[in-house]
Structure formats: structure tokens, C-alpha cells
Design a binder for this molecule. Sequence first.
Ligand SMILES: *[C@@H]1O[C@H](CO)[C@@H](O)[C@H](O)[C@H]1NC(C)=O
Ligand SMILES: *[C@@H]1O[C@H](CO)[C@@H](O)[C@H](O)[C@H]1NC(C)=O
Ligand SMILES: *[C@@H]1O[C@H](CO)[C@@H](O)[C@H](O)[C@H]1NC(C)=O
Ligand SMILES: *[C@@H]1O[C@H](CO)[C@@H](O)[C@H](O)[C@H]1NC(C)=O
Ligand SMILES: *[C@@H]1O[C@H](CO)[C@@H](O)[C@H](O)[C@H]1NC(C)=O
Ligand SMILES: *[C@@H]1O[C@H](CO)[C@@H](O)[C@H](O)[C@H]1NC(C)=O
Ligand SMILES: *[C@@H]1O[C@H](CO)[C@@H](O)[C@H](O)[C@H]1NC(C)=O
Ligand SMILES: *[C@@H]1O[C@H](CO)[C@@H](O)[C@H](O)[C@H]1NC(C)=O
Ligand SMILES: CC(=O)N[C@H]1CO[C@H](CO)[C@@H](O)[C@@H]1O
Length: 891
Amino acid sequence: MRRTIMISWLLLFVSLFYQSTQDGIGKEKGVLHCGPQNMTLEKFDQMILSTWQDDPSCFALRDVLIYELVVLIEDQEVHHDKLAVLHNQIGSTHSWSWTPYLALECASHSVRISLRYNNRTSPWTQEKTLPGRGASKKPQVFPRDKVFEVGRHGNFCCIMPAGAVFNKMYMSGYNNSNMKTRKINNQTYVLTVLLDQPSNNSCTNVICQTSDYGACAYIGYRPDDRDLQCETQDLESVDCLWTVGKELPKRQLSTEYQLNGSDCPNGSKGRCSQRIQEVGERTWTLTAKNNLGKRELTDRADLMKRVHMFAPEGVSASAVNARNVTLSWRWKVLRYSNLNITCQVNVSHFETNTMSEIFGVGLLSVVVTDLIPNWTYNVAVRCGTTEHFWKWSNWSASVNFHTRGDVPDALDVWMQARDNQTVIIWKEPQSNESHGDILEYEVSWTENAERERLNKTKVDHNFLSVSLTLDPTEEHIVTVSARNINGSSSPTTIVIPRRKSDITNVETDGIIGSDGGFNLSWSVSSAASCGYVVDWCPASENCRVEWLKVPPNVTNTRVFSKSFKAGVRYSLSVYACTNRAPVFLERREGYTEEKRIEDSLFQSLKWNQRDSDVEISWEPVPLRNQPAFIYGYVLYVDNNNNKVLSVSTDDPKASSLTATNLNINTYTFTVKAKTAAGEEGTTTITATLNSLTDNLIEIVCVSLVAVFGLLSLVTILCFRHWSCIKHKVYPPIPTPVLRDKWLTTGENRCHHLRVDQFPHSEADVMDVPELHKPGAPVNDYVIQNVSAHTQTEKGYYNQPVRNCIPQPSSAIHPPLRSLFPNPLYSLTMVPGYQWCSSGPEPQGGTHLERSSDGYQPHSEAERSSVNQTEVRPDSPISCVSTYILLPQSPQ
Ligand SMILES: *[C@@H]1O[C@H](CO)[C@@H](O)[C@H](O)[C@H]1NC(C)=O
Ligand SMILES: *[C@@H]1O[C@H](CO)[C@@H](O)[C@H](O)[C@H]1NC(C)=O
Ligand SMILES: *[C@@H]1O[C@H](CO)[C@@H](O)[C@H](O)[C@H]1NC(C)=O
Ligand SMILES: *[C@@H]1O[C@H](CO)[C@@H](O)[C@H](O)[C@H]1NC(C)=O
Ligand SMILES: *[C@@H]1O[C@H](CO)[C@@H](O)[C@H](O)[C@H]1NC(C)=O
Ligand SMILES: *[C@@H]1O[C@H](CO)[C@@H](O)[C@H](O)[C@H]1NC(C)=O
Ligand SMILES: *[C@@H]1O[C@H](CO)[C@@H](O)[C@H](O)[C@H]1NC(C)=O
Ligand SMILES: *[C@@H]1O[C@H](CO)[C@@H](O)[C@H](O)[C@H]1NC(C)=O
Ligand SMILES: CC(=O)N[C@H]1CO[C@H](CO)[C@@H](O)[C@@H]1O
């Protein structure tokens, strides 16, 4: 083991030593004559080509030889290159070529070849020179008519005649920043240009000034074509299409095309066609070539999947009906009849377009349905293959046709209850619904219960409603149809429900519109089997409703009408559509837009004073005077422009407001309506309050005068007929003494009337001949508890009994219990009491106290004689005689 390692090391060392002895060109002179020999230099177009051989001594070398090549233009090194020669290539002829940037005519081009071996340069060098075109009598510019690619740098030289003076060299159309000129020898100048402008119609001139002669250059692009796609139209040839790259028209710059090796004469249009033997999968190769380069595009396809059909030819409406039409056409290519074809039909009228699609093998016709009768249409057809659809054909030429007429479409009918009438209304059929001029409408109706008794009426085509007087307690079925020249539409039926009065007075929610309409939504109703009907109308007027119908799954809609006006209150109702009569669901009222309420809204403002309160009242504001929702009212009270108080209510139905605790003064009352926008509709009224005491005095004075008048009358009457009265009243009384005493002394004045009490009277009836019907009993004086009580409350004050009843005669005289329910008396009693009691009784205390005092004994007596249980202590007991006798009172 150790031995073998030792041997290996020894061998390695020996080999290294051997190698090092061979190194170095200079060291082994015999061998190291190695270098190039037999060198040639030629030009080939604008390329230089050099060949050479190895010196035979090179065979001794075991390693790679490196030839270094240097190119010089006019002794200036412009290029450097290396060429490695492997051991087994030693001895062969080596060649090298290069295209210099400058035209070979411009200057001498030299190539120098030397060998480099182990980083040492062999002294054996070979050099050859290609001389440039020498100076002639005229300046010369090179290269000539060369093609350049846009964006590259171009070098042009100008060789001057001997002795000529160089002025300037330039390329026409370029500015100086893109050009640079330098001198490479006494006679030659080189212009370097950045070629950024393609030559247009001709080449671009390079001009060497001092010379009449210049040169021309073509600047263009390499082929840049893209997106090759091959298809077939007629199934017999292939059409390949592609996007053409930038191309210049000049021959030197134009691109030539070949498809699968065959020329494409019109290739520059991006299209090339070729006949084909069979349609099948195949690769299509397009070659685009110009002076600057070449490009290849390929597309692999089965042309059966690439059928781009021709448009149908001769499309015509072969059978025209009212609501359908048959379109037929021909095919340009017979083989299409074997294809499964899909066609699209574009049906248009006015600005509406509908597209329908059908398929079939070799399709040659189509029936277009759902057309409007008596209507003009325009159609066009295009097709493609159904399987492996590739592209639609072009549209066929379009065709016009006019459908036949038909009966009108069914009407949209609704109903409206107005007063005691039911108005059946329908929408005017649009021209696409009437299918001709409507001649008349036919309305028939019957009671649901007895359908056989059908009533019919015809309505002129100018009218869109009819008013029926139907029995409101019965359900009715109404059908409406329209008739045109072709006949009657299918009838539309509406069931009129029994009239329920409460529908007109349902609670309504407010709604505020937006953008001139309402966004209305409502809650789902299970009754709405066929949707909902929304109708609307100004809330204040008898109007023709407008309506719209909504499908069952929709519970909101936008209500819009051209007739909507701001500041008008609309009532919107939602009904459920059922297979019976429509069912009312809910109602809203509102404005599309509220408007300001003008001043003087309250036209009948009234005031009414109650003590120190004033009630201002008004008539309810009619809806048509409410251009906005009223949420309540405010009353402002001013006195000489000083605000006194304000009262308000949030009840929009209120029709009065009361200002309390006002003084006797003149006030301005201002009522305003509260709206969303503030307080509007200002209306004022001015009122002067009356003094309460003034009123009272007035009443009292009037009463006094009246009482005096009455008293005077009674007195006169009594006086005149005294003897008669006396005779009539007193004959049965057996105590003339007392009577005399009364008469003469007048001790108790009141008892002149008490004398009038009927001693024989059994009940509470008293005749007052003097006052009412002299000589006749007054039957009205029946005591009634209720009336007695009422009278008392109204101020019918009792006279103290004690005053009026003479103490000694109580046993003799009948009890005094008559009543005078005449309010006149009650009024006069108050002041009169004083006078009455001014006789024997001392003044003091109130009359009420007295009456309760004085009545007690009498009331007992009364109870004993009359079955009067509820006469209260203050029951009115009159003492009229006081008044009668007063003027005669001696006391
Ligand atoms: C060859 O010599 C040059 C200078 O003479 C030196 O720069 C270079 O590194 C050397 N190369 C090798 C491979 O020895
Ligand atoms: C170039 O011109 C210079 C002076 O103008 C002259 O000395 C030189 O010899 C000329 N060279 C050649 C190659 O003619
Ligand atoms: C086309 O209309 C006619 C007459 O209106 C009708 O008889 C026929 O059934 C309709 N055809 C189609 C496919 O709707
Ligand atoms: C044509 O294509 C349609 C759609 O793919 C297909 O339903 C129909 O069967 C095809 N007809 C024939 C005859 O292949
Ligand atoms: C219906 O109302 C109108 C006025 O509103 C009235 O003249 C007519 O008599 C009424 N008819 C019936 C049947 O009540
Ligand atoms: C078609 O409509 C026009 C007016 O719109 C009408 O004059 C004509 O009678 C209608 N034709 C038919 C066949 O209904
Ligand atoms: C139909 O007309 C007759 C006679 O005018 C009338 O008695 C009857 O009530 C009407 N029927 C209905 C349902 O209005
Ligand atoms: C209502 O139903 C129709 C057809 O059933 C449908 O086209 C529509 O989208 C539905 N609308 C809503 C809001 O669900
Ligand atoms: C083929 C050929 O021309 N070979 C010549 C190369 O040059 C040597 C001397 O330099 C000639 O001896 C060869 O005949």
C-alpha cells in the first residue's frame, strides 16, 4: 500500500518535470518557430476573410494554441479576436471572418495574426492589408445603398480628392446631436449617426460637402409580424391571418412572406390563402423576411375546428304572421349543409334589439316569435358552427318586414269608488298594444250571485272609464275589452267587492316622496296571490286614480307619475290582487315635495271670550289648502307688539286654542300651523276684551228696569181691581178682623200675596191671576223636586219665610208653599230681598241663612199636608207680594 503511493508520487513528479522542460516558446527554439504561415486576406461583400496555416513546428506542442488577431483601420486597432486551435486541429487551415463597422472602401483594413502559447507571444507574426478605395477626382461616400435597422448606429466615410478641402458631412433630416464626424486619415472622414428615423418613400441622403456626390441609406425594421391564425371559410382553402409588423414600402425594406414555402403575394396585408387537399390537423408556417432579418410564425390547427362561415345570403321573410315570421336564406358554400350550424337573429324595431339563437344541421330558416302585430321590424342573421364554434360570420344584409294586424292586447283595468258610483277605468293601449286604432271599448257587468243577468255597454274610444251604479251590498264582476279593426281583445275581468264604508276613513301613515315620486313599501300579504295593486290620487279631490301592478314577490315600488305636483297631497293605497276581489291593505298620504303654506291659512278665525280666557277657533283646514303636513298649531298673543303668551298643540286635528288669564285689553291673536319647515300659514285676528263687571252691571240694570216695569204693572192692576181681588180671595176667611188689621196696618207687607194663597188648595198649585191670567188658576206651579232644585241653583233665592208669614195667623192660613219657576223672578229676587225684609225684620245675614232658618217650621207643615219628601230647606219659596206691596208700604 505504501509502496504504491510512493510510486504514484514519483510518477507525478517526473511528469511535471517533463512538462516544465517543454514550456516556453523561447526556450525550445527548435520547436518554437511555431506561428502562422501562408496567411491570406480577402474581402467578401463587406466582410473580411483571413486564412492561415500552422508552422510545422507547431506539431510538437501538446497544448491548445491561441491565435490572436488584430484588425487595424488606417493603423488604428479597431478589433481584437482570439481563436483557439486544439491539438488535433494543428496542421489544418484556419479561417476567420469579420465585418468591420466601416465600409471596406473607406480605408485600409489590416489583419495581424500572432500565436500565443502559454501566455507568451510568438515573434512570428503575419500581417496582411486590404487597401481602401483610393482618392479619385471626385469625393466618394461609402457605403452606398446599404440597408440599416432603425435604432442602430451607421458609419459613413467620405474620401476626398487629393487637395480638396473637407467642409462638412451630414445625413439629411438629422440634427447635429445625433451625428459625429472624425478624420481617419488625410483624405478620409467618417460620420457616425444614430439612425432613429426610418426612410420614408426614398432612401436617406448622406452628404459630404465639397462634393456634389453623396450616398443613400435605407433605414427600416426587421420583420415583426405576430399572431398567426389559420382558418377556413369554404372548407377548401386555408386562410391565414396575422398582424403585420412595421414595414416600409420601399423594395429594399419590404418584407416577403411565404406560407409553408409558397409565396404569399399579398402577405403585407396580413393575409394569405392556399388551396388545401383536405381539412385536418396541420401546422402552418409563415416566413417573413426582409434585408434586415427573418421571422417565422407557426399555427397548428384542425381546420374543421376553425370554420369561419360566410354570412347567409338572400335572407328574406318568407311567411309573415301577426306575431311570428319565418326567415329563410341560402348558403354560398354547399358543404355547409352538412354542418351543425348555430345562427343568431337580431330583431330590431325603434331602438329595441333582441337577439335569439337557434341551431340545426345545414340551417336554412328560422321562425321568429313574440312579435308585435301590425309592427315594422328589421332583422339580420349571422351564423357559426355549433360544434367547435370558432367565429360568427358577418351579419347578413338586413331585411325589413311588417307584421299582420291582430286584436288588441288585454286591457289593464282598475276600479275606483266615487260617491255612490263605481268607476271602471283602464289604461289607454299603447301603439304596441292596440295593434291598430281602437274603435271602442265594451264593458259588461253582472252581479256575482246571478251571473246570467249580464249588462253591457259600449264606450267610445276617446273615453277610458265608465261609471256604474252598482248595488253596494253585492259583489260584481266587470269585464272590459277593446276592439279594433281585427276584433276584440280578450276580456279583462275585475271583481268589484261589496262596498265597505270604512275604507275611506282608514288610518293613514304619512309618506314623503323623493325625486318627484314616492318610494313605497308595504308588508307582505298572504292574500296577494297575483301580486299587488298600488293606486294613487290627490287626497283632496275627486280624481281619476292612477295605478300600477306589482308581482307577488315584490313589496316595494317606486310610484311616479307625470301628473305629480309639489305641494299636493296624494293618497296612495295598496291592494292585494286575489283571484276574487282586490283586498285593501293599507293607505298612505303624503307629498312628493312639501311646499310652504301661504299666510292667511285659517280663513274663518273666530274668538270667543270666557271670563279672562279667549278661545280662538277655526274651521278645519281643507286638505287642498295644506301644501305640507301640519303637525299642530301655535297661538301667539300679542299686545301692542309685546308678546304676551303662546299656546300650542301637537294635534293636527285641533280646531281651537285657548289663551288664558288675559286682561281687559286689545290683543292680536296669531295662529300658525306647525310644519316640517317651521311655522307657516300665519293668520291674525285682533280682539278687544270686554270687562266682566261691565257685563254684570249691564245685566243687572236691564233686570232692574224690567222688574220695575213689572212691579208697576202689577201694582196698577192690583190697585184697580183690589176690591174684586179682595172679594174673590177672602170671602171664606172667617176672621175679617185680622184681614182688616192686615190691610190697615200693613204689618207684614208680604202677606198681601200670601193672602193670595188658595186656602182650599189641596196640592201645590197656586193661581196667580194678578201676574198671569187674572182670574184663572195657573196649573203650571206644580212643585217638582228637580225643577225646584234647578231654580235654586240658578239663583232663585228663597225669601225668608218668617218675614212673610205673620206669626199670629199661622194656624189660620194655609201653608205657604208655592213656587214661581219663572226665571224673571229669580233675577229680581236678589235685589228685592232687601226691600222685602226692610219692613219688620232687621237686616243682616245672607238670604240663604235666613231661608234655612225661616223655612224650618214651614217645611214641617208642608210635609204634613203634602206628600213632598224631598223639598230641601233651601227650596225656592217665593214672596212676590213683597214687591207688589212695596210701593204702598207706609213704614
Ligand atoms: C499572462 O501574462 C499576462 C501579462 O504578461 C498576465 O497578466 C496574465 O495573468 C498571464 N496569464 C496566465 C494564464 O499566466
Ligand atoms: C498627410 O499630410 C501631412 C501634412 O499635411 C503629411 O506630412 C503626411 O505625409 C501626409 N500623409 C500621407 C499618408 O499622405
Ligand atoms: C305563427 O303564427 C301563426 C298565425 O298567427 C300561428 O298559427 C302559428 O302557430 C305561429 N307559429 C309559431 C311557431 O308560433
Ligand atoms: C347540433 O348541436 C346541438 C348543440 O350542441 C346538439 O344539441 C344537436 O344534437 C346537434 N345536432 C346534430 C344533428 O348533431
Ligand atoms: C248618487 O249620488 C248622486 C250625487 O252624489 C245623486 O244625485 C244620486 O241620486 C245618487 N244615486 C243613488 C242611487 O244614490
Ligand atoms: C295597423 O295600424 C294602423 C294604424 O296604427 C291602422 O290604421 C291599420 O288599420 C292597422 N292594420 C291592421 C291590419 O290592423
Ligand atoms: C242590469 O240592468 C237592469 C235594467 O237596467 C237592472 O235592473 C239591473 O239591476 C242591472 N244589473 C246590474 C248588475 O247592474
Ligand atoms: C320575482 O320573481 C320573478 C320571477 O319569478 C323574478 O324574475 C324576479 O327577480 C323576482 N323578484 C324579486 C325581487 O325577487
Ligand atoms: C500550400 C503552400 O503554399 N505552402 C507553402 C507555405 O509556405 C512555405 C514556406 O513559408 C512553403 O514552403 C510552402 O510551400
